[in-house]
Design a protein around this ligand. Structure first.
Ligand SMILES: Nc1ncnc2c1ncn2[C@@H]1O[C@H](COP(=O)(O)OP(=O)(O)OP(=O)(O)O)[C@@H](O)[C@H]1O
Length: 265
């Protein structure tokens, strides 16, 4: 049972239909992710990265193929999947503790014990003293940590991270990358990160997929070397092999840009 991949994509394709007609945005995606793996998706704007995450989250069904979580076909949103976005979407009228607990309320699993777990996660993320504060009293980096806490307390098996660090100052971003990586590793969580930042992808991931476009597809995959994977995102950037990985990703992405042409989106 434990050998079953947490996530599988089987020949996944997607067509958006609107008043302008039908557009094939994703074609023939195949993927298998094991428990604890961290995957990043990089690619030019409009290649379909967010569409992939939305399909993984079960927000709408793929036109063809299947998304499978723990071997079961995804048919809609599931508590097994947590989604963290660039914007934190905290409710300004709720305390930090109540914001972090919102997923438990939605899932109907809010209990005294689960609220203790909320407090534990908040304190693990360095927000121990902030439970009774409100979002406007926190910095951008702290608010993103609350968003992470909210995602983690429902104990999802798969975390979807759509550019969660991109609006943050560099030093806060590096700190959060480190915190997220450490926390997910400790909990053996499986994660898919969408980012435009190649260094972030290389520093945080076990594997990086570069997507092509028109239609969006998985063009190439790079396995991050062990010494980078086991280092913190901050220290990974200082390793000589890191530059090689970064350059490989850079040249792949440039190849996509050269062959892609303008995206209609
Ligand atoms: N609801 C929709 N209806 C029709 N077309 C859509 C819809 N959502 C996205 N698209 C189009 O699908 C393509 C992929 O969009 P998507 O947002 O997944 O790309 P992306 O790689 O995440 O882009 P970015 O990096 O700019 O965020 C784009 O051409 C976009 O215009």
């Amino acid at each position: 049972m434990s050998d079953t991949p947490v996530l599988q994509l089987a020949d996944l394709s997607h067509v958006y239909v609107n008043e302008k007609g039908a557009a094939l945005v994703l074609e023939g995606l195949q993927l298998s992710l094991s428990r604890g793996e961290f995957l990043s998706l990089v690619g030019p704007s409009g290649c379909g990265k967010t569409t992939v995450l939305n399909l993984l989250a079960g927000l709408f069904p793929p036109t063809m193929g299947r998304v499978m979580l723990g071997g079961e076909t995804v048919t809609g949103p599931s508590p097994k999947v947590g989604y963290m976005l660039q914007q934190d979407y905290l409710f300004p009228w709720r305390s930090i503790r109540d914001n972090a607990a919102i997923g438990l309320e939605i899932n109907g699993t809010k209990t005294r014990a689960s609220m203790e777990a909320v407090d534990e996660v908040l304190s693990e993320l360095g927000l121990g003293g902030y439970g009774s504060r409100y979002p406007h009293e926190l910095s951008g980096g702290m608010r993103q940590r609350v968003a992470l806490a909210r995602t983690l307390v429902t104990e999802p098996e798969l975390l979807l991270l759509d550019e969660p660090f991109s609006a943050l100052d560099l030093h806060i971003k590096l700190q959060l990358e480190e915190l997220v990586q450490r926390t997910l590793k400790r909990l053996s969580k499986t994660a898919v990160l969408v980012t435009h930042d190649l260094a972030e992808a290389a520093a945080m991931s076990d594997r990086v997929i570069v997507m092509g476009r028109n239609p969006g597809r998985f063009r190439s995959e790079l396995v991050v070397p062990e010494e980078i994977r086991t280092a913190s995102p901050m220290n990974a950037r200082k390793l000589p092999t890191f530059q090689d990985i970064f350059e490989q990703l850079w040249s792949e992405l440039h190849a996509v840009e050269r062959e892609g042409g303008e995206n209609s989106g």
